[in-house]
Write a protein that binds this ligand. Structure first.
Ligand code: GAR
Length: 196
C-alpha cells in the first residue's frame, strides 16, 4: 500500500478525488496525512475522511528555507512513500525538493511546458489558446519544470471564462491524479526512471 501525504492550499477538489478513491479497499494507496500552507478550506475533506492534517504557514518562519525544513519535518512524521502537491500554491525550496524528489509530484492546470506558474488557466486564455489541459509531473528545483508523467488535453471554448475553463480542467485532473497515483503504486509508472 503506497502511503501518501497530500499538500493543498485551497479547495482541495483533487484531494477529495484521492480520498474517495482511497476509501475503496482495492485502491493501492492510502492518504496518511494532508498538509497545507494556510487554513485551507480543503482541509475539511481530510477531516471528513478521518485523515490527520497539519498547517505549516510560511509567515511563521524567518525565511523560505526554514519554512521548507518545518514542512519537510511535518511530512516526514508520517513516513510517506509519495508526496502529492494537489493545488499547493507555494514554490518549494531546493533542499525540500532534494529530500523528496522524485517521490514528489504536482498537478498543474496546463499542458506543460506551456503556461507554468500560478495563473496557468488565465494565461492560456489571454494567449488565445484553443487547447490547454492538465499535467502531472515530478517536482524538480524549477517552477513546473520537472519531467511530465502524463498530460490530458482540454478544448477551450470561445465563451470560456477562467472559472468555466478551470472547472473543466479540474474534472480532468481528478481522474488524472487518481490514475497516476494508482499507476505509481502498482509500479506501472517508475518515477526514478522518469527522473533520470
Ligand atoms: C488545480 O487546478 C491545480 O492544478 C492547480 O490548483 C488547482 C487546485 O484545485 N495548481 C496549480 O495551479 C499549481 N501551479 P483544488 O484545490 O480544487 O484541487
Amino acid at each position: 500500500m503506497l502511503k501518501l501525504v497530500v499538500l493543498i492550499s485551497g479547495s482541495g477538489s483533487n484531494l477529495r478525488a484521492l480520498l474517495e478513491a482511497a476509501s475503496d479497499d482495492t485502491y493501492p494507496a492510502e492518504i496518511v496525512a494532508v498538509g497545507a500552507d494556510n487554513a485551507a478550506s480543503g482541509l475539511a475533506h481530510a477531516v471528513e475522511f478521518g485523515v490527520p492534517t497539519f498547517i505549516v504557514a510560511p509567515q511563521e518562519y524567518a525565511n523560505r528555507e526554514a519554512w521548507g525544513q518545518a514542512l519537510a519535518a511535518a511530512i516526514s512524521e508520517h513516513q510517506p512513500d509519495l508526496v502529492v502537491c494537489a493545488g499547493f500554491m507555494r514554490i518549494l525550496p531546493a533542499d525540500f525538493v532534494g529530500l523528496f524528489s522524485p517521490q514528489l509530484i504536482n498537478m498543474h492546470p496546463a499542458l506543460l511546458p506551456l503556461y507554468p506558474g500560478a495563473h496557468a488557466v488565465r494565461d492560456a486564455l489571454a494567449d488565445g489558446a484553443t487547447v490547454t489541459g492538465a499535467s502531472v509531473h515530478i517536482v524538480d528545483e524549477g517552477v513546473d519544470t520537472g519531467p511530465v508523467i502524463e498530460q490530458v488535453q482540454v478544448v477551450i471554448n470561445a465563451d470560456d471564462t477562467e472559472e468555466s475553463l478551470h472547472e473543466r480542467i479540474k474534472a480532468v485532473e481528478r481522474e488524472l491524479i487518481v490514475r497516476t497515483v494508482k499507476n505509481i503504486a502498482t509500479k506501472n509508472i517508475n518515477l526514478q526512471e522518469l527522473a533520470r
